[in-house]
Design a protein around this ligand. Sequence first.
Ligand code: HEC
Ligand code: HEC
Length: 505
Amino acid sequence: MGDVARRALMSVAASAATLFCDSFVRIFWCRPSANASIHKRVLAVWLVVGSWFIGSTQAEPLIGDERVHRQPLVHETVAAMPFADIVAYGGHLFSAKFTILDGAGRPGATQSEIPTKRLSGELPAFFRTSGPEANACDGCHNQPSVGGAGEFVANVFVSDGVDDADFDSLDPQFSNERGTPAIHGAGLVELLAREMTRDLQALRDDGAERSRRTGRPVTVALVSKGVSFGHITLHPSGYADVNGIDGVDHDLVIRPFSQKGVFSSLRQFTINALNAHHGMQARERFGVTWTGTADFDRDGIADEIRSGDVTALVLFQAALPFPVQRFSENATLKAAAEDGAQLFTEAACDTCHRHALPLEAPVFVEPNPLNTAGNLRSTDGATPVKVALDTAGLKRNDEGHWLIPLFSDLKRHRIADDARPYFANELLGQRFVGRDVFLTPRLWGAGTTAPYGHRGDLTTLREAILHHGGDANTSREKFEALTELQQAKVIEFLKSLQIPSGGAS
Ligand code: HEC
Ligand code: HEC
């Protein structure tokens, strides 16, 4: 990390030098001559050398320094770093056990995504239900490796996003308890979601245009990557009948993150997580632009997380290797897993847990062009960082699209009913998504992400399958109709879907 920090500091110095030179030239060479650019360059060289000197003295270790996040970086600085350094820096932040000297803790703020003052007075620095409840991201996301899933002890009490932004209760009955999913492959997942959003919104916009042109209502089937999200009817007046939309919000933005499927980008989630779990507040959400103060959480540390820190955390997560199928070396178990894959399809599990969704372009661009205010946006002038994600081992379809074997349709489904109420346990609706509705979880790491279910309270895959109700009834009945050996083969297949051990690719 020492190297990464030093290199980052050098980039800062270089940008500062250029900026300084620009102003210097503007002030002292009122009419820039041909010489001006030479002078500028000479000045820049001296400033870089000078700041290297200052930088190298600053890089000297400070005895007894208990900060783990010494130098918050802006997006432009991180954008200028080599990709491997960005990932290393993001990995450092993902595993950093933030201290009060970095700004950990939020005595004056709640876990809410919308900057919200804590109303109920001071609290201990850590609190299991309301948070902050952890020291590092990988305090929870760590199985089988950093970025992975968490066991029951790493559960979170989610009250963020519940309709009342003032919400600040410590009582667990006022929050939804969730288990920790794995983040591996999330870069590819976010890209799939972006393309699906683009497709669905284009279908809607095209329908609206046709309706205006013909003067008649137009009903459009909302299908992207073979997944149907119902239909929408557009009227010539501009009115849109959204009653037929299914499994996605009415704005047709696919939100692939959180088990409820209510967050659209790693960036949005990361800023929430930093605040909720650690009390580390990102300037782009909690800073002076939106709250009028650089220390919204009143812990005495200003601008704890800068835009470049978030960018690095996002790119670290986006680059985590995607899960793969790993067969047992035992020939009987391998053959069983192969049969199980077939039976998984026969039992119609893949109507929701799609084997693969086709991705047109595996190039991750940060920030996400669909980001909303409170998350860095390209319209804020941020230079996009473009990274080709690792596709080694992925198959391609006839159109050349990459087949991402995530075993999900990135759609929300009703998964419980009166006969099978297990997954309808939550008391609070989140963002107006039904309490019995959840996003189809990606099963591509299922063999390594126990325990199961959105609360992480099921110790076996079999229990998770047998609790499927609602829209999954037909499929679950097909599973139940299989022989015991066939059911065991489905389990063996799911066990073969694994997160590779080791860090970011
Ligand atoms: C105390 C445990 C805990 C800590 C610490 C934690 N997470 Fe999580 N994380 C969770 C849980 C639980 C969920 C699922 C939330 C839900 O479904 O509503 C989650 C979900 C996520 C997701 C969405 C994954 C998906 O596919 O839905 C991302 C991304 C994420 N966390 C990133 C982070 C980052 C970055 C940090 C550190 C800044 C962090 N998490 C710290 C427990 C934790
Ligand atoms: C109608 C869509 C749908 C169908 C069909 C479906 N599932 Fe699911 N599955 C879901 C949803 C939604 C969840 C999330 C449940 C929860 O935790 O709230 C889920 C959860 C799971 C889990 C737990 C994953 C985890 O990480 O916790 C497994 C395993 C699973 N399904 C396997 C299957 C199998 C096997 C079949 C076929 C017999 C199947 N599913 C059919 C939608 C579906």
